[in-house]
Design a protein around this ligand. Structure first.
Ligand code: MG
Length: 307
């Protein structure tokens, strides 16, 4: 094991604690032990797994560093410092990393040559608040949330008064135009499309629930009713598995929901979970950012493609 950074590796395996709430959670769970890959961070977020390199990236937001776990070499190292107070990340369909940056208050993409393209930093001429999480639809449009968490103090960004009235859900069209698509959130946060793109799930962490929208083929939204609430702590990042179940970061672990909103079960984690992604070559390695640590656990299910 090679370490490069001033965090503590603190690698340890822990017994996995599953909590079943519904018979349909049978065989959805996974290993009896999970790995705490590294610890000693302030607040980890933004996990994304890059299959081409077998890398997991995440950011310690208050310490303003992005880390990388090289799965093949089993090395954890600092990848970027400072890191523009990066938060949520995803891959586009060309395998490029897209990042929400709370410092410069923008959404960016790293190109294959290593250069950075700014995808959005304003709406109607006004600066975004602090983009939090992002997902790419199969038509290559890029959807992100813009709560105020990165500008309410200097802890996760830079203290500033918001330019925009309200915290919105935005879509960057394939032609680059950025528009607010729903403006009725308190603090929009994690988001994910259903496997067939017909539904969009969006966390409102201010109201502590997940909303479900119907998505028309042209990308317009209808509905937006509350799908489910959070029974412990607050919802943050969400991802789907390849059967459409919703895996949501919460206060006591990762909560797994049926697409109809029923809580199926929980993976209990000893810290507040902020976000998650499905990694590994087969997308069955659940990678969890949780407050001061990053946890890995092999599941019996795999993540949805493109998550
Ligand atoms: Mg978030």
């Amino acid at each position: 094991m090679v370490i490069n950074g001033d965090f503590t590796l603190g690698r340890v395996t822990l017994p996995t604690r599953w909590e079943r709430a519904d018979p349909r959670f049978e065989r959805v769970d996974g290993d009896e032990r999970m790995l705490r890959l590294a610890t000693g961070f302030r607040w980890t977020e933004g996990p994304v797994y890059v299959p081409a390199g077998r890398y997991l990236f995440w950011t310690d937001i208050p310490n303003d560093r992005t880390y990388r776990w090289d799965e093949a070499a089993d090395v954890v190292s600092v990848f970027r410092s400072p890191a523009d107070y990066a938060n949520g990340k995803t891959l586009d369909r060309q395998g490029r990393v897209i990042t929400c940056e709370q410092g410069p208050r923008r959404v960016t993409r790293v190109e294959h040559d290593g250069s950075t393209t700014v995808l959005a930093d304003r709406w109607r001429g006004q600066r975004l608040d602090s983009p939090n999480d992002v997902v790419v639809r199969r038509d290559d449009s890029i959807w992100f949330t813009d709560p105020s968490y990165g500008i309410t103090s200097d802890y996760e960004g830079y203290l500033a008064a918001p330019d925009i009235d309200g915290c919105h859900l935005y879509c960057i069209a394939p032609d680059g135009n950025c528009e607010a698509v729903r403006t009725d959130f308190d603090q929009p946060n994690g988001l994910a499309f259903s496997l067939d793109d017909s539904s969009l799930y969006v966390v409102d962490s201010g109201r502590n629930h997940i909303r479900r929208f119907d998505v028309d083929p042209d990308g317009s939204l209808r509905g937006g009713e509350t799908l489910c609430g959070c029974s412990e702590g607050h919802f943050d990042g969400i991802r789907l598995d390849d059967e459409g179940r919703i895996w949501a970061a919460a206060g006591d672990g990762v909560h797994c929901f049926h697409p109809d909103g029923t809580l199926l079960g929980k993976l209990l984690v000893p810290e507040i979970v902020t976000n998650l992604t499905f990694g590994g070559p087969e997308r069955n390695l659940l990678c969890v950012t949780a407050a001061t640590s990053v946890y890995l656990i092999m599941l019996n299910v795999t993540g949805a493609p493109g998550t």
